[in-house]
Design a protein around this ligand. Structure first.
Ligand SMILES: C[S@@+](CC[C@H](N)C(=O)[O-])C[C@H]1O[C@@H](n2cnc3c(N)ncnc32)[C@H](O)[C@@H]1O
Length: 168
């Protein structure tokens, strides 16, 4: 199910279909009903903080990483992000392989600023998609990461009052 308030849009799904071959692997931050569409075409690892949303889509490889306070994050950005110990074990030490990252979480009270702060945990030699960049905080996150990685930004025309950006 897509095109709901919480999910990826059909435009984002179509963009993926055009740009990521079937069978490749997506690392999704923030799971939901939209994940159900992703698993139809790709292998999906989904980092999810909320146990309520873990296990909802059976074909998904869930990485359950509860939100924890991070001193490295500034108060105005929000200091809650995924538990670093879980990410260290399941992404860094396990040398998790993926072909694209979709940043669509965490949701409040979590802060996506953690993705910028802990960018070294991830392989950024793959395309990065940021959902919800119609929101100022998420647009700033995209610009900060673009500035750090020196990648090119593309903003495909989106629908349903939402926008996503791609760094490639
Ligand atoms: C923007 S949602 C992620 C959506 C997901 N990528 C999708 O396409 O369905 C961010 C977070 O909100 C929570 N969430 C997902 N779907 C939700 C819903 N329908 N209602 C409330 N919270 C939801 C989950 O904890 C998720 O990590």
């Amino acid at each position: 199910m897509i095109d709901e308030f919480w999910t990826i849009t059909s435009t984002l799904l179509e963009y993926l279909k055009q740009n990521l071959p079937e069978g490749k692997t997506i690392l999704e931050l923030g799971s939901g009903k939209g994940t159900e569409e992703l698993v139809k075409n790709w292998k999906v690892y989904s980092i999810e903080h909320d146990s309520k949303w873990v296990g909802v889509v059976p074909q998904t490889n869930y990485i359950h990483a509860p939100l924890t306070p991070h001193k490295a994050l500034k108060r105005h950005e929000g200091t809650l992000w995924y538990d670093r110990r879980v990410l260290t074990e399941q992404i860094v030490k396990s040398n998790l392989q993926y072909d694209l990252i979709l940043v669509d979480g965490p949701c409040p009270p979590g802060s996506r600023a953690g993705f910028f702060k802990y960018i070294d945990y991830f392989n950024t030699n793959v395309p990065l998609i940021f959902d919800d960049i119609n929101r100022a905080k998420d647009w700033i996150l995209l610009l900060s990461i673009q500035n750090k990685l020196g990648k090119t930004i593309t903003v495909p025309h989106d629908s349903h009052g939402k926008a996503f950006g791609v760094l490639s």
